[in-house]
Every structure is written in structure tokens, then in C-alpha cells.
Design a protein around this ligand. Structure first.
Ligand code: GLP
Length: 261
């Protein structure tokens, strides 16, 4: 089932997302999948607000990232492992050695590196709950349109649109945005026991509209979520704009806490 909740604003999404994660961790989740990009920021801020004085169970969690750029120096501030430490894990008291991302340095064999990452996730017991954003072109992690719906962690070439979208993290210079990344495959992502996708803003409306109404297709990777049994989607009214309620797929429910425009 895919439950799409249309919430009033980013603050409400932050609260709802933090509620879902807190409940999962209270329930015993210890392997968490965290996502970069700005979509989950309010959730991270809310978790820190709730837990920074007594970080509690998050300190004992293993954290797996979705992806990592290829080609950035180890000390670059936009390395995703650095971004996640800054945004959430350091603030929750998670020791750095528990924060994992795909290997990108000195790997002349990305296939083996990808397999090692998938094996590490399995060895940790599998991801209990995976946070996700979505790209304006429908990508999840760095699985661009055309990516296999059952792939493992692999090297991916980024679309120009993705690099343009992410240029804001690189001083608005698209040339500074890496051209490739190691990313969990869609198959890896679908093995997580639960998925929590967050999207805000009109730039995500077409991807979310497609998620609500289209069958799984490699041309819109986010539609692969139909192949998972337990998906929660938290969005704002702008991201909900292209959901056509008359064409919803059978396993999709839309819960509107804000009236349609
Ligand atoms: C990047 C990440 C994705 C993320 C997407 C959306 O490309 N690899 O995991 O979902 O950006 O980012 P944002 O949330 O900033 O819109």
C-alpha cells in the first residue's frame, strides 16, 4: 500500500516524518536508511529538536546512505556522508563509524564495490526504514530514468537535469557537480522493510502525480514504489498538484489534510 499524506507545510511534514521514525525506532528499528537532498531536512531538524539532549536509541542505530558522489575529495563539504553527519547523525550522537555510504574512492571495480555495499546492508540485518526524496525527473537515490527496477548498488551517470537541480549545493555551478555517483539500486531500496518518501514544492508535482497514477516504469523510477508493500509519502499541496484522484492506482490512498486548490 502507498499512503500519500498531503500536509499543510514543511513544518507539518517535519513533525509527521519524525513521528514515523520515532515510532519505528521505539518499535525496535535499528538499521536506518537516511537520504540527502533538502527534502528530509525538516524531519532531521525535528528529530534533533526532540532528541539532542537525550539522543536515546538513535545512538545505537546503524545508518546507511542511499548514495555518494564519485570524484569529490574526501574532505569536500558536499560528500554525502559529510552532509548526513552535519544534518543529522552527529547531532543525534551517532558515532561516525556507524554511518555507512557506498565506497567511491580508489574503486576501479564499481561492480564489486556495489556488491560489497549491498552485502554490508544485509549483514547489518537489512534496512528497517528508508527515508527517500525524489528528483524532479522522478529519480530515487541516483537511479535516473532507465535504471533497472531490481538493480543493486551500482555506478550511475547523472542526468544534466539532476546536476542542474543539485548545482545549488555547489555555488550554482553545474560544472562543479560530479557527473557520476555510486547509488543503491532500486532493488536495494525495495528490500528495506518500510519506505518513507518526502517531497515538497511544485518541481516534484509531476513525479508525485506519476507515482499516484502510473504503473511501475523505468521511465519514472519513483513508480517502483508500487513494488513495495509499505510506503508512506509525506508531501505538501504544491507537490500534490498533479495527483488525479480519478486515476489513482488501486493500492494508493491519498489522505488530504489540506483542501484541494
Ligand atoms: C539528490 C539525491 C536524492 C534526492 C534528490 C532530491 O539527487 N541523490 O536522493 O532525493 O536529490 O533532492 P531534494 O530533496 O533536494 O529536492
Amino acid at each position: 500500500m502507498i499512503d500519500i499524506h498531503v500536509l499543510p507545510d514543511a513544518a507539518a511534514i517535519g513533525m509527521a516524518g519524525a513521528d514515523v521514525l520515532d515510532a519505528a525506532v521505539d518499535d525496535g528499528a535499528r538499521v536506518l536508511g537516511f537520504a540527502t537532498g533538502s527534502s528530509p531536512d525538516r524531519v532531521y531538524d525535528e528529530l534533533v529538536r526532540r532528541h539532542s539532549t537525550s539522543p536515546g536509541p538513535y545512538r545505537d542505530c546503524e545508518i546507511f546512505l542511499l548514495d555518494e558522489y564519485i570524484g569529490l575529495p574526501a574532505d569536500h563539504p558536499e560528500r554525502y556522508v559529510t552532509v548526513i553527519r552535519r544534518a543529522i547523525t552527529d547531532r543525534l550522537g551517532v558515532p561516525p563509524e556507524r554511518v555507512h555510504s557506498p565506497e567511491v574512492d580508489d574503486t576501479d571495480d564499481p561492480v564489486a564495490a556495489g556488491a560489497r555495499y549491498d552485502a554490508a546492508i544485509l549483514a547489518a540485518g537489512g534496512v528497517d526504514i528508508q527515508l527517500l526524496g525524489v528528483g524532479s525527473n522522478g529519480h530515487i537515490a541516483f537511479n535516473e530514468p532507465g535504471a533497472a527496477l531490481d538493480g543493486g548498488t551500482h555506478r550511475a551517470v547523472l542526468e544534466e537535469r539532476t546536476r542542474r537541480d543539485n548545482a545549488r549545493f555547489f555555488g550554482d555551478d553545474i560544472h562543479a557537480v560530479p557527473r557520476a555517483a555510486m547509488t543503491q539500486g532500486i532493488g536495494t531500496i525495495l528490500r528495506a522493510r518500510r519506505l518513507l518518501l518526502i517531497a515538497t514544492g511544485a518541481a516534484k508535482a509531476s513525479a508525485i502525480g506519476g507515482l499516484a497514477t502510473r504503473e511501475p516504469t523505468t521511465s519514472l523510477p519513483v513508480t517502483a514504489l508500487h513494488l513495495h508493500a509499505d510506503v508512506t509519502v509525506l508531501i505538501d499541496a504544491d507537490a500534490a498538484r498533479e495527483i488525479d484522484d480519478t486515476r489513482l492506482r488501486s493500492m494508493v490512498r491519498v489522505h488530504r489534510l489540506v483542501a484541494r486548490e
